[in-house]
Design a protein around this ligand. Structure first.
Ligand code: ADP
Length: 373
């Protein structure tokens, strides 16, 4: 099989470097070479073709393999290039350090040509698979967003434009009540748009792995769930009042075990759940109950409503992106992106979302996250 990928070989032992180059070139790889990390950086900066993979020795003058690796990973355009270390036989520490740094693989010297070729081909294949998967994921999020954009952005915008138009036309002749109603309409439309945009941005972040990066440096051990509950309820109180729904919170006063997570993402998820609880409560004097609890090794955020409920055969689908129950019947819905956000935030925390619901009785959504050990 011929390969047209480009491999950068960094090795100060010139005869070994030439040997590796020959093995790879016979198989059809394009090969760039350098005799130190510094020279490797120079080649990457000046060469027209960027390498698809780097094979680098560790002990080298000027800039050793580890330093070279760090320089490569610092640069965003090179960050995804798979990196293979050449380690000396018996140097277990080299392998450990290389792994700890995050290199994709290593080859122990001396090696047979086939050992090298197998590792190079496997790493290139894996990196192409990841690339294809990411492109497809971004593509499907984009398509979903574009489909929904047409309807979901137009409706609230029509609201805003129509009410603003009425306000503009004869402002002197409007009563105070009319003025208030029109401004309320503008507010509703603007709010719906804002939520839509927030959800779309979040979904793209969650789908492309960007959120995972943020999560990995922001996550920490904590048990201050009351703060998340308080902020959620504070944020949604006006929405609940407008709808005539009571928000009931049960605080834990610091008595619950810790989790490892990110309070901001969890609050974002909880807001979506409570918001839905309010939105889908149609009976007068309905309540939405919000609490945090520890059960079966999990920290559970429970959101229970007395709303319209969800038919059993729809309970799985609602977590899919852009899915809504009976979109044709209900006009009050959003974009079907809220629960997809909640689900992905829960999974990022190694947790999940469960649901118990009965039509016309209500629903209980539970966002659970494993307790820290
Ligand atoms: P959105 O609310 O923007 O449509 P979601 O992803 O938050 O999107 O919810 C998807 C669908 O699941 C909703 O359209 C609704 O049909 C259903 N749903 C979500 N939460 C509830 C709830 N608490 N009670 C009843 N139905 C719900």
């Amino acid at each position: 099989m011929t390969e047209n990928s480009t491999v950068l070989v960094v090795e100060d032992d010139v005869s070994l470097m030439q040997g590796i180059r020959d093995i790879l070139e016979i198989k059809g790889y394009k090969v760039l070479t350098a005799d130190s990390g510094l020279a490797g950086i120079n080649v990457m900066e000046t060469s027209q073709a960027q390498p698809d993979l780097i094979v680098s020795d560790i002990m080298m003058p000027f800039m050793n393999g580890y330093e070279f690796f760090n320089e490569v990973r610092k640069e965003p355009r090179w960050m995804k290039i798979p990196f293979i270390f050449l380690t000396a036989k018996g140097e277990k520490a080299d392998i450990r350090v290389g792994k700890a740094l995050g290199a994709e693989d290593y080859i122990t010297k001396p090696f047979e040509p086939d050992d090298l070729l197998v590792v190079v081909a496997a790493r290139l294949k894996r990196s192409r698979e990841i690339e294809t998967m990411q492109t497809q994921e971004v593509g499907s999020v984009k398509r979903g967003i574009l489909t929904i954009l047409n309807h979901e952005f137009r409706t609230p915008l029509t609201y805003i434009v129509a009410y603003a138009d009425m306000l503009n036309r004869e402002p002197d002749e409007l009563t105070y009540e009319e003025m208030k109603a029109f401004l309320g309409g503008i507010n509703t439309g603007a709010d719906r748009l804002r939520r839509l945009i927030e959800n779309f941005m979040l979904l793209v972040e969650l789908q492309t792995g960007e959120a995972q990066n943020t999560f990995s440096w922001r996550k920490c051990k904590f048990n201050n769930y009351d703060e998340i509950l308080r902020q959620t309820v504070e944020y949604l109180q006006p929405v609940a009042e407008e709808k005539g729904v009571m928000l009931q919170v049960r605080y834990s006063y610091g008595a619950l075990p810790s989790i490892i997570g990110d309070a901001e993402y969890l609050r974002t998820a909880l807001i979506r759940l409570v918001d839905n609880g309010i939105k889908f409560s149609d009976k007068p004097n309905s309540c939405v109950y919000v609490s945090a609890d520890a059960r079966d090794g999990q920290l559970c955020f429970d959101v229970q409503d007395e709303g319209r409920g969800i038919p059993a055969d729809k309970q799985k689908e609602i977590f899919e992106m852009f899915y809504q129950v009976n979109r044709q019947i209900y006009e009050d819905q959003g974009s079907g992106s809220g629960l997809a956000v909640v689900d992905r935030i829960a999974k990022m925390h190694d947790g999940g979302v469960s649901l118990e619901s009965e039509v016309e009785v209500g629903s209980r959504f539970t966002l659970y996250v494993p307790l820290a050990r």
